[in-house]
Design a protein around this ligand. Structure first.
Ligand SMILES: [Zn+2]
Length: 217
């Protein structure tokens, strides 16, 4: 999934306020508890500027004034100075690889469990669900979505490279999982990225609960 990099983004303050509001919403869903997860959106392409959530902040209480502006090396360039999320290099890589306008990362129970359960398969196949149609470019429930799973690491630059390789291999992916860690999804803008996270979290929960009901894989 590639995006065209044409139009200039909304102003930083508008983006920061949408980002904070999405963070609070996801927190209430249980997807960003304990300061986990992070969110970003492109403010400018040339030079690249991202609105990025700060490190270690309660996402249920995030306000737009705390949202940082970073450059393509994850250095803070805006007026508000704080530490950007450790996972900023992963956001930057996804933005650069795909031309995405926003990248959202959640730590839900279901994405954590399934990223481990299906790790040996290399990914989770999700097919046959009406909700798949919420993913950009998908027009039928007969679509088969492949959510690749990457081994987790604390080496963010190595992890960014693994993500880059995975995105090259799986061009149609709307998201990816880091093992026992969480979900990354993206979109042409924050609204689309938010929709993709909601759809993928819904589908992962549906897959996980189905496994429980069936009592087997
Ligand atoms: Zn994370």
């Amino acid at each position: 999934m590639k995006f065209t990099m044409s139009e200039r983004s909304d102003s930083f303050s508008q983006i920061a306020s949408s980002l904070a509001s999405i963070a609070r919403g996801f927190y209430l869903r249980g997807w960003l508890v304990g300061t986990s997860g992070n969110l970003s959106a492109v403010v400018d392409r040339e030079p690249l500027r991202l609105a990025m959530s700060p490190s270690g902040v309660d996402k249920g209480e995030l306000v737009s004034e705390q949202v940082l502006m970073i450059d393509d090396d994850a250095r803070v360039v805006g007026d508000y100075r704080a530490k950007p999320s450790d996972e900023s290099p992963l956001h930057l890589r996804i933005v650069k690889e795909l031309g995405a306008g926003a990248v959202l990362h959640t730590h839900s129970i279901w994405n954590t469990i399934l990223s481990d359960f299906y790790f040996a398969d290399g990914g989770v196949a999700i097919e046959g669900y009406e909700m798949l149609k919420g993913l950009q470019g998908v027009n039928t429930h007969e679509h088969r979505e492949w959510l690749p799973i990457i081994e987790n690491s604390q080496d963010m630059l190595a992890l960014a490279d693994s993500i880059g390789d995975t995105l090259t291999k799986h061009k149609g992916a709307h998201g990816l999982l880091l093992r026992r860690h969480g979900l990354y999804s993206w979109g042409k803008d924050l609204a689309q990225a938010k929709r993709h996270v909601e759809i993928l979290e819904f589908l992962l929960e549906a897959v996980g609960r189905t496994l429980l009901i069936k009592g087997k894989r």
